[in-house]
Design a binder for this molecule. Structure first.
Ligand code: FE2
Length: 372
């Protein structure tokens, strides 16, 4: 992996990091229970009517460096209610931690991002934090979070409310590896350019429909990354296949562009997948033939092929090393958002070599839904 020579940040947007991901859902109380029970998150904070937040309820979940905020509206005519009616449950906000939220916001807007929320500083007994938001694809936003010296459980307005992980087995998920957006036909370059222009991200990888296609489905993808490879945003658009692309199916059900998947990193994918399966998480199952061909395709790896076959874990290799991954089924009734579980062993790959095997599995699911 290459590292950049510079040490000090040059601008307010040079060293972003993940802060939290906020989901807008129909029933935050139940969704928070699902992520605690199935995925092993601990609830650490809450905001709602009891804490002075009249219009919504938000549950803050944590696991190592992962932080999710699960939010529902309490009113019929409300931005969150409209978001959920149109998109179903999904990701509203990919929040990024920055040193100076006001400066990050001004710079992003100056570089062409659409402003959503002007910088606002809030205080409570634990200190102060400043938040500001800009729009990205679809109805998705990026909030810049400046935590400064804030010492509370999450942010001002939230109270500490701890509920232990409800899962039988602890999956040890660690941090976000990448967050993928699906955008409309011919819009991949528009949004890749947005991350280049506004965030000065560079393109790490690109795939076209010759790389990622099966008999039926096809997509194009560009992976945009910050200089440290800490924050990575792959952008997918559908490509013409014989039948409906899985990206098109997403766009139909989500009614527009949005977050397709969050890749959650683990340092021991075998234990993680065992735990998640024990907790009832459903995954896409690669066909058995995939494992017959695996050793020939990726060469020698530390993990036993039989264990990978049993757990249906996928493997891909590039010139730097290899990576293991597995994709959940959609996390809600609409075939929209899902998670990827990923472990990297040197590789910077996104699993190009797995796409074909995976797409065959996805198409089996699409066929069951009658949307192929
Ligand atoms: Fe991915």
């Amino acid at each position: 992996m290459t590292t950049t020579a510079s040490t000090a940040p040059q601008t307010a947007l040079d060293r972003p990091d993940w802060d939290y991901v906020e989901f807008y859902v129909g029933n935050a109380k139940q969704a928070a229970h699902f992520y605690r029970t199935a995925f092993g998150f601990e609830q650490i904070a809450y905001a709602g009517p009891e804490t002075g937040m009249r219009d919504r309820a938000s549950y803050v979940l944590e696991q190592n460096r992962l932080r999710f905020v699960i939010t529902s509206s309490l009113q019929p005519d409300h931005e969150i209610t409209h978001h959920v009616a149109l998109h179903g449950d999904g990701v509203r906000d990919i929040a990024l931690c920055v040193a100076d939220a006001g400066a990050a916001f001004s710079l992003a807007v100056e570089r062409g991002a659409r402003p959503v929320r002007e910088p606002r500083t809030q205080n409570d007994a634990f200190g102060s934090a400043t938040l500001a938001s800009v729009a990205t694809y679809g109805d998705t936003i990026h909030t810049f979070v400046e935590r400064d010296e804030y010492r509370g459980p999450f942010l001002p307005g939230f109270v500490e409310q701890r509920v232990a992980a409800g899962s039988q087995e602890y999956p040890a998920l660690h941090h976000i590896d990448h967050c993928v957006g699906n955008v409309g036909w011919h819009e991949m370059d528009v949004w890749a350019d947005y991350y280049a222009r506004v965030f000065h991200f560079t393109q790490l990888v690109s795939f076209d429909d010759k790389d990622i296609s099966t008999e039926y489905t096809a997509l194009k993808s560009k992976v945009m990354s910050d200089a440290r490879h800490a924050v990575k945003f792959p952008i997918n658009e559908p490509a013409q296949g014989l039948r409906k692309s899985q990206i098109e199916e997403y766009l139909d059900f989500y009614h527009g562009a949005g977050v397709q998947h969050l890749a959650l990193h683990t340092s021991d994918i075998v234990s993680t997948i065992r735990a998640l399966r024990a907790n009832g998480v459903e995954f896409l199952e690669a066909p058995d033939a995939y494992y017959d061909q695996l050793e020939g395709r990726v060469g020698k790896i530390d993990e036993a092929i039989d264990v990978l076959r049993e757990l249906r874990i996928l493997v891909d290799r590039d010139d730097r090393g290899y990576m293991l991954q597995l994709f959940t089924k959609p996390l809600q009734d609409r075939p929209t958002l899902f998670f990827e579980i990923i472990q990297r062993k040197g590789s910077l790959s996104f699993g190009k070599g797995n796409f074909k095997a995976l797409f065959v599995a996805i198409e089996q699911e699409q066929a069951k839904r009658g949307t192929l």
